[in-house]
Design a protein around this ligand. Structure first.
Ligand SMILES: Nc1nc2c(c(=O)[nH]1)N[C@H]1C(S)=C(S)[C@@H](COP(=O)(O)O)O[C@H]1N2
Ligand SMILES: [Mo]
Length: 426
């Protein structure tokens, strides 16, 4: 088993360092125009440093439309860049429907989006859990199999982790996401179970280990953890997992796993390995840092050596409003938001505008389904100007309701508490 290291690693510091390295590389690369440099530096919040080096440079707006290793544009009104990752601004989802277009979908990259050729791409399946030898599948091979579509969200296990610090006063390590490390899309592809059967999976197999084709992940202290990979028990792999080649009726965009990613419905985002390259099938349990050191719960409330590897995502709600939004008093506002659960469909969403003293149900606008979000609306007629907190609390078919606080874990996973959304009545 891999030795414990993650508790010493700060994902956030790593992200920052990666960004600095990337900018340095870009700046050194021949032919980078000053305009682009300014743009890159503005994106990194480094415009001040440049301004002193080049006092005559014309100020450029903070367009923030790029991030290290991400291919698609990241306009500042839709995304907040966090190191090598891009968080969706929840308020920008108000302009989208039930499905999140790629133009608004968050990106979580451990390293950088690779440039892959679908024509030469192959998925290699290998390991002692196969009856015959290794098997290879081209994209054409996969597309010959019966296709299947499914709407599901991909959500980072660390989504909303910043609220451990800001709302509960217990800081955690990792990318300080607010609520936008989630997107809901229609995924089309083939069943992993079908491909595993064709590959000759044996009845003694217990785990599979999908692995991405992106670069090795090197931690802040220089440890090379190899390529992003995380074991999946065979029971899940043979259940509802999809080898997806389309997102919202178009080929997967580069940042979301082109040409083929795994889509593991309901599970933590890390399970849905992007840019899939190979998969080991094993008769003994498999380990990678992503199921030993990361994506488990560590902390006072958990066993000394940590809880079991995370599987299902949790339950959350979010308003489609900017933080500290100004809302005029004595006006009826139609507030919108979304709630989601990985364990069951959303059965109700309750709203409070008086610190949780009274709650009233929001109107649900989608047919609620597990692992896909439900949009809701509520009316609010504030009378008194001043700072106010909006609360939205979801309940799902298993009877679970969002709690007031989430039990602390050091890496800030699975935040499920009601988020206190600050607004100002003006
Ligand atoms: N190969 C590879 N797969 C990956 C990752 C990665 O960095 N490399 N990040 C994972 C994590 S932590 C999450 S939350 C999701 C994010 O998917 P998205 O970028 O399409 O939103 O992809 C997962 N799959
Ligand atoms: Mo993630």
């Amino acid at each position: 088993m891999t030795p414990m290291i993650s508790n010493r690693l700060s994902e956030e510091a790593y992200d920052g360092r990666r960004r600095a390295q990337w900018l340095e590389g870009k700046a050194r690369a021949a032919g980078v125009a000053r305009r682009d440099m300014l743009r890159l530096l503005a994106a990194a919040g480094g415009a001040t440093a440049l301004a002193s080096a080049a006092p005559r440079a014309v100020a450029v707006p903070r367009r923030q439309d790029t991030a290290p290793g991400i291919v698609k544009p990241l306009p500042a009104d839709r995304f907040t860049i966090r190191g090598t990752n891009a968080e969706t601004r929840f308020e920008s989802l108000a302009a989208t429907g039930h499905l999140t277009p790629a133009s608004h979908f968050f990106v979580r990259n451990h390293t950088a989006t690779p440039s892959l050729d679908a024509k030469t791409w192959k998925l290699k399946i290998w390991g002692d859990g196969l009856r015959g030898g290794p098997k290879e599948f081209t994209l054409t091979d996969l597309k010959r199999l019966p296709p299947l579509s499914r709407t599901a969200f991909v959500e980072c296990a660390g989504n909303a982790r910043s609220f451990f610090a800001t709302q509960q006063g217990t800081p955690v390590s990792g990318t300080p996401w607010t609520l936008g490390a989630i997107g809901n899309a229609r995924w089309r592809g083939v069943r992993l179970s079908e491909v595993l059967r064709l590959a000759g999976v044996s009845r003694h197999a217990v785990d599979v280990m999908p692995r991405g084709l992106d670069a090795d992940y090197v931690t802040d202290d220089g440890t090379n953890l190899g390529r992003v990979r995380r074991p999946l028990p065979l029971s899940k792999a043979m259940d509802d997992v999809i080898l997806a080649y389309e997102m919202n009726d178009a080929p997967l965009p580069p940042d979301h796993g082109y040409p083929v990613r795994l889509l593991v419905p309901s599970w933590v985002g890390i399970a849905s390995i992007k840019w899939l390259g190979d998969m080991e099938v094993s008769t003994t349990p498999l380990y990678s840092p992503w199921n030993t050191d990361f994506y488990r719960l560590f902390g006072d409330a958990y066993p000394d050596k940590g809880g079991a590897p995370l599987t299902r995502q949790t339950l959350k709600s979010a308003f489609e409003l900017p933080w500290n939004a100004s809302l005029p008093a004595s006006t009826t506002h139609h507030l919108t938001g979304r709630s989601w659960s990985a364990s069951g469909a959303i059965t109700r969403v309750d709203i409070s505008t008086d610190e949780g003293t009274t709650w009233h149900p929001a109107r649900l606008n989608d047919k609620p389904r597990t692992s896909s979000w439900t949009r809701w609306t509520t009316r609010w007629h504030p009378t008194t100007p001043g700072p106010t907190t909006l609360l939205a609390r979801a309940t799902d078919t298993t009877g679970r309701t969002q709690p007031e606080a989430t039990v602390h874990n050091t890496q800030g996973f699975l935040f499920d508490a009601v988020v206190r959304h600050a607004v100002r009545v003006v």
